[in-house]
Design a protein around this ligand. Sequence first.
Ligand SMILES: NC(=O)c1ccc[n+]([C@@H]2O[C@H](COP(=O)([O-])OP(=O)(O)OC[C@H]3O[C@@H](n4cnc5c(N)ncnc54)[C@H](OP(=O)(O)O)[C@@H]3O)[C@@H](O)[C@H]2O)c1
Length: 259
Amino acid sequence: MASKDPVYIITGASKGIGLEALKYFVTIPCNIITVSRSIPEELSKILDAHKNIYHFCGNVSDTEISDIIIETVEKLGGKINAIVHNVGVAPILKIQDTPVEVWKRVFDINFFSMVDLTQKALPFLRNAKGRVLFVSSGVAVKGKQGWSAYSCSKASINMFAQVLADEEPDVFTLAIRPGVVNTSMQEYIREQMKNGFSKEDIELFENYNKEKKLKDPKEPASVLFNLATKEKLPEKCTSGEFISIDDERLASYKTFKSQ
Ligand SMILES: NC(=O)c1ccc[n+]([C@@H]2O[C@H](COP(=O)([O-])OP(=O)(O)OC[C@H]3O[C@@H](n4cnc5c(N)ncnc54)[C@H](OP(=O)(O)O)[C@@H]3O)[C@@H](O)[C@H]2O)c1
């Protein structure tokens, strides 16, 4: 199974941004390791068509998943060219209504799973001078009612990326802000907003949808794919930065633009 082709890891590849990213990666010669809890039909068809995808079904907060990923990396030859840490869950609840168990679950999925996989992956990332891309969010830097646990988990990711960059000069890392994207996460957010949030907030998220202001998931997916695979790193970008996909320094990495 050892392979000369690059090795990429995408978490949360069953739908949304992760699935669209996977569709880009299958267009180049490489090995792709993916994770999600479910295998919807679209993913199932892609897995059937591409024998270079090693998909693991499970919860990323279970450390056995990262162990299986690393075992696969070793079998493929012991290098990781890039990780796209894309998994994320976003319960929309006010602080007064968010039990600490929910905070812990959000951090386990959104943050500690990334810490665990990144730690285990480091020797293989150093080997390949690899890249670590964290899918973060605008709410990592802007507090807004209802977003407490999610925002705090994304703010932690941003800081983790900075420290990782400082400690690991051979690994290039970015925390990426994808914008407001048309995925099932946005549908879930619109539903949750109805539970006691301000009229303005409900309208804000309804209007993103009604006025077709949501980005196509292919847009952030194209940026993630190009950042992971292009030989050249983006000019004037510092490892560890939190950066929007709309930043002009990433313009040439955005090969798909929403209408
Ligand atoms: N959509 C937006 O507007 C937006 C904005 C800012 C940031 N983001 C970030 O972008 C990333 C992708 O979001 P998305 O909008 O594409 O969301 P999505 O459509 O809900 O997809 C999330 C993906 O993560 C997987 N996943 C969730 N929990 C998991 C777990 N415990 N273990 C394994 N896999 C899990 C899901 O697969 P299964 O359900 O099959 O497990 C799915 O593949 C997230 O980090 C999110 O925070 C999104």
